[in-house]
Each structure stands twice: as C-alpha cells, then as structure tokens.
Design a protein around this ligand. Structure first.
Ligand SMILES: NC(=O)c1ccc[n+]([C@@H]2O[C@H](COP(=O)([O-])OP(=O)(O)OC[C@H]3O[C@@H](n4cnc5c(N)ncnc54)[C@H](OP(=O)(O)O)[C@@H]3O)[C@@H](O)[C@H]2O)c1
Length: 254
C-alpha cells in the first residue's frame, strides 16, 4: 500500500472486549464516527452479530491474555489508527485478608497484561499511521481505593500506571495515550462477572442509584476523546454518575 492509499483508506479502530457493555457501545459509536472497527473478544457469536449490524466492521475472536494469539491478530492487520483497551473487569469483592490470590492474578492478567500485550503488538502500526491513539479504559478504581476493591483496585492502578508511563515514553512520537476512568457504570456484564453470575448480588451494586452511567455514556466519552484533533491529548478523563461523588460515596434513594 502506498502512503497516499494508506492516508486515503478508512481509519481502523480496534476495540477489545467489544462483545458487551462499554466495548460494544464504543464499537457502535466509533463506526458511526466513520471508523472501520475491528471488534475483538472471546465470545464469537456476540462480536460477529454486532459487526454484521455495523456499516464497516469485522469481528476477530481474541483473548487478550494469550500473547501468541494477540501477536497473530496484530500481524493480520494492515493498519491500525486507534486501539481501545477495554477488555477487563473485576472478580470478587473480598477483603484483602481473605481475597483469593487466583482472582488477583486473573484480574492482573486481563486488565494489565492484556492491555500490555495488545498495546505492544499494535504500537508499530499505531506509530506508522502517523496519528495513532491508544485508549486505556481504566476505572476510578485505578485512582483511589475502597473496601472490598482488593485485586481489582490493584490491577486498575497498574493499568493507570501503564498509561501514564507509556505517555511519557511516547512523547515526541505520533501516538497519544488517553485514559478514560469511569466510575459506576451499569453494564450487562461487569457486576455479574464480579459476583460470578449471582444476579441478586450484582443488582445490589446499583440498588437505589437513580441514574448510574450506562455503556453509551462512557462510549460517548471515549469517542469524543478519540475524535479530537490529533495534537489534542486528553490525558485522563474521570467520568462518574452525578449520584457518585467518590468510590465509596454514592447517593441511594433506597
Ligand atoms: N461497569 C463499570 O462499573 C466499570 C467501571 C469502570 C471501569 N470499567 C471497565 O470497563 C471495561 C468494560 O467493562 P464493562 O462494564 O463493559 O463490562 P462487561 O460488559 O463485562 O464487558 C467486559 C468485556 O471484556 C471482555 N473480556 C473479558 N476478559 C477478556 C479477555 N481475557 N480477552 C478479551 N476480552 C475479554 C468481555 O468479552 P468476552 O467475555 O466475550 O471475552 C467483555 O466484552 C472493563 O475494563 C472494566 O474494568 C467498568
């Protein structure tokens, strides 16, 4: 591909964890914004269905904790302009005293090492694009702690530090690093995964909160940041519902 053809082609945005919640909404909104979107996640049926419904999208089954698979995915792309590191989540809400080290390890694997794997693999393409963007969907759990946050808070702090360090290291290169740190977002998967399918426990997270954020609120924030002119770097954007003033101060009506 010549430089002219490259510049004229559709800009490609890769979204990890695009099978539900924030990632699926981000894939939709980036497609609406004119990107050719590559949706990745482990659940093939979901990403294929969503990709088929979008104007310019494709699905690629990918577990971000599998480095060899991530490298093969990166090799399959002929360009990449935007990478949205969204795959991740929480497992359990146990105190540090009794938290399961296997949960801590799994959360570190997906939130930190998953982000590391795909960012490393796609950095050459992002740099070659001339205007690359790396988005890291961390969390307010990466900026403060709360009781029971344990391994999730630790992992999201790690992801935040990854974003901060990468921005320093890429300074002077044509790649910006944007961190979006959402507070409470009511998505189909987050709390259910955290409580291992216990929907009653999951529902309690949002109980009495009039309007938690939804996936589209966060996707709109991501899409806004990504569509700023390339010289504008939104370093860090913390976005919470009005009813949540901090990780542990939430207004509930019941
Ligand atoms: N909801 C909130 O309150 C909230 C707040 C702050 C930050 N966040 C962060 O926002 C991101 C999205 O969360 P969400 O609320 O949209 O939850 P969600 O609906 O559970 O979505 C999580 C996504 O991550 C994917 N995923 C999980 N493990 C993966 C792996 N090993 N490889 C590839 N994909 C993987 C899942 O897809 P598959 O299962 O199909 O692989 C799914 O698409 C997460 O990083 C989460 O920590 C959420």
């Amino acid at each position: 591909m010549t430089a002219e053809e490259h510049a004229a082609g559709a800009r490609i945005a890769v979204v990890t964890g695009a099978s539900s919640g924030i990632g699926a909404a981000t894939a939709r909104q980036l497609a609406d914004a004119g990107y050719r979107v590559v949706l990745t996640a482990r659940r093939r049926d979901r990403i294929e269905e969503l990709a088929a419904a979008l104007p310019n999208a494709e699905a690629y089954v990918l577990d971000v904790t599998d480095r060899a698979a991530v490298d093969a995915f990166a090799a399959s792309l002929d360009r990449c302009d935007v990478l949205v590191n969204n795959a991740g989540g929480a497992l359990g809400a146990d105190p540090v005293a009794t938290g399961d080290p296997a949960d801590w390890r799994a959360m570190y694997e997906v939130n930190v090492l998953g982000t590391l794997h795909i960012t490393q693999a796609l950095l050459p393409a992002l740099t070659a694009s001339g205007d690359g963007t790396v988005v890291v969907v961390s969390s307010t759990a990466g900026h403060g702690t709360y009781e029971g946050g344990g391994g999730y808070v630790a992992a999201k702090h790690g992801e935040h530090v990854l974003a901060e360090t990468l921005r320093l290291e890429l300074c002077g290169q044509p790649v910006r690093v944007i961190e979006i740190a959402p507070g409470m977002v009511k998505t189909e998967g987050f709390a259910t995964t955290r409580f291992r399918g216990d929907t009653a426990k999951a529902a309690k997270v949002y109980e009495g909160v009039a309007e938690p954020l939804d996936a589209d609120d966060v996707a709109a924030t991501i899409t806004w940041a990504v569509t700023r002119p390339p010289h504008v770097n939104i370093d860090l954007l913390v976005v919470r519902p009005r009813a949540q003033a901090s990780n542990s101060k939430v207004h509930r009506t019941s």
